[in-house]
Design a protein around this ligand. Structure first.
Ligand code: APR
Length: 250
């Protein structure tokens, strides 16, 4: 079997790096499908990430997202994020599309990151949808448990919700259009640390392949691949991406 070699990155004109929770795992952010420990171990993250969950118990859901935000605030970009940012300086065009709601790509130096599932850092009103103008710098950590009452919207007094896409919600239209345009245009797509279980994001590697791109999967698990233009590199993103970058510079 032919292995994908990083030198091929140099020949690509437009590279898309498509990332999931696995790219942030080595920064200490638990992946969505990991068993959680400590405070949240008995909770199913998927059951907290819905509009119904917020309607039923907004303090529990807001507390969960504040906990995740506190994890992100203390986390640092890892060598995978840094290699992706450096790749931007090596290839003619690089688009980063992420399913992650953290800001580690940006903090590594990436610009114009397409956030398919929104961001932990852009809360908005659950009722009127206006962006929350209050400060979110002050991180409220649950002291005696998990619940934190969400702040209130300054316009309508509605509850403020995290600016992420929950299960059952559509992706923001323009964001999805931007992602599709890049995926259809690229000649190489690197899919990093995603289980490919959540639609429509999960279609991205297939769409790239069908539009003629070479597709490379980087994951702890081997991915099934089709044809000679799809590759599976098995291992940690924080090891494989710096290696590909070094090969590209050889
Ligand atoms: N390096 C590479 N891959 C890794 C690493 C690592 N260090 N650690 C974990 N992985 C892989 C796992 O093997 C798995 O395939 O990352 C993937 C993480 O999968 P998920 O937790 O399902 O994350 P993701 O694919 O991003 O989930 C998609 O689902 O939960 C919703 O909206 C949420 O954006 C999220 C979406």
């Amino acid at each position: 079997m032919i292995e994908f070699h990083g030198q091929r990155l140099r020949d690509a004109f437009h590279v898309v790096v498509f990332t999931g929770a696995g790219v942030s795992a080595e920064s200490g952010i638990p992946t969505f499908r990991d068993a959680l420990t400590g405070l949240w171990e008995r909770f199913d993250p998927a059951a907290l990430a819905t509009a119904d969950a917020f309607r039923n118990d907004s303090a529990l859901v807001w507390g969960w997202y504040e906990w995740r935000r506190s994890k992100v605030r203390t986390a640092k970009p890892n060598p995978a994020h840094l290699a992706i940012a450096e790749l931007a300086r090596l290839v003619a065009r690089l688009t980063v599309i992420t399913q992650n709601v953290d800001d580690l790509h940006e903090r590594a130096g990436c610009h114009g990151v397409v956030h398919l599932h929104g961001s932990l850092h852009s809360p908005r009103c659950f009722a009127c949808a206006r962006p929350y103008e209050g400060t979110t710098d002050q991180l409220n950590e649950p002291e005696d448990g998990r619940r934190i009452d969400p702040p209130r919207c300054r316009h309508c007094n509605g509850k403020v919700r995290p600016g992420v896409v929950w299960f059952g919600e559509s992706l923001p239209e323009q964001v999805w259009r931007d992602a599709l345009a890049a995926v259809k245009d690229c000649d190489l797509l690197i899919s990093v640390g995603t289980s490919g279980l959540v639609q429509p994001a999960a279609e991205i590697p297939r769409i790239a392949r069908e539009h003629g791109a070479v597709v490379v999967h980087v994951n702890l698990q081997r991915e099934s691949v089709q044809g000679e233009r799809e590759f599976s590199l098995v291992g940690k993103a924080a090891e494989i991406l710096p290696r590909l970058l070094a090969q590209a510079k050889e």
